[in-house]
Design a binder for this molecule. Structure first.
Ligand code: SF4
Length: 140
C-alpha cells in the first residue's frame, strides 16, 4: 500500500516538475505558524512518515515540524502530499490548487480501494497522536 502511495507522490512530482516552480529554500512552506498556513495530511500519510523512521524515534517537537532543520526538510522521501505540492513561487500559485485537488482525489481513492479508515487533519497533531500511540506503526 505504501508503494501505491509513493506512486501517487512520484506522479505528483512529475506534474510539479512540469510547472517548474522555483524553490529558494526560504523554509516558508514548513514554518506554518509564521506564514499563516496549515498543513493537513491523512492518517495513512502520517503512518508513512513514521514508517520512514524505521527504528529511529520520532524527534520531540512543539509547533515546528520535527523534520525541519537548517531551513530544509530532512524527511523528504516520506513527506505528505501537502508538503510536496506547496511552493511559494508566485508563478505557480494558480497551478497549485488544481494539482492538490487532482492528487488528493487519488489519495482518497487509495483509502477507499483498500478500506482504510479515512482521517484528515493537521499534520503535527496527527503526527503527535500516531507517533505516541502504543505499538508499531502499521506496515501497509
Ligand atoms: S515533513 Fe518536511 S516538508 Fe513537510 S513540514 Fe516537515 S520539514 Fe517541511
Amino acid at each position: 500500500m505504501y508503494a501505491e502511495l509513493q506512486t501517487i507522490y512520484d506522479e505528483l512530482g512529475r506534474a510539479i516538475a512540469a510547472q517548474a516552480p522555483v524553490c529558494e529554500l526560504s523554509g516558508r512552506c514548513c514554518r506554518f505558524d509564521e506564514f499563516g498556513h496549515d498543513l493537513f495530511a491523512t492518517e495513512l500519510e502520517v503512518d508513512y512518515v513514521l514508517a520512514g523512521l524505521g527504528d529511529r524515534p520520532l524527534p520531540t517537537f512543539d509547533r515546528l515540524c520535527p523534520f525541519f532543520e537548517s531551513n530544509q526538510c530532512h524527511h523528504r522521501e516520506h513527506r505528505p502530499l501537502g508538503c510536496r505540492v506547496f511552493f511559494c513561487d508566485p508563478s505557480y500559485r494558480d497551478a497549485m490548487p488544481e494539482l492538490h485537488e487532482q492528487f488528493f482525489r487519488q489519495l482518497k481513492e487509495l483509502h477507499e480501494r483498500h478500506g482504510i479508515p479515512y482521517r484528515y487533519g493537521p499534520f503535527l497533531t496527527l503526527l503527535r497522536e500516531r507517533g505516541s500511540s502504543e505499538g508499531p506503526v502499521a506496515q501497509r
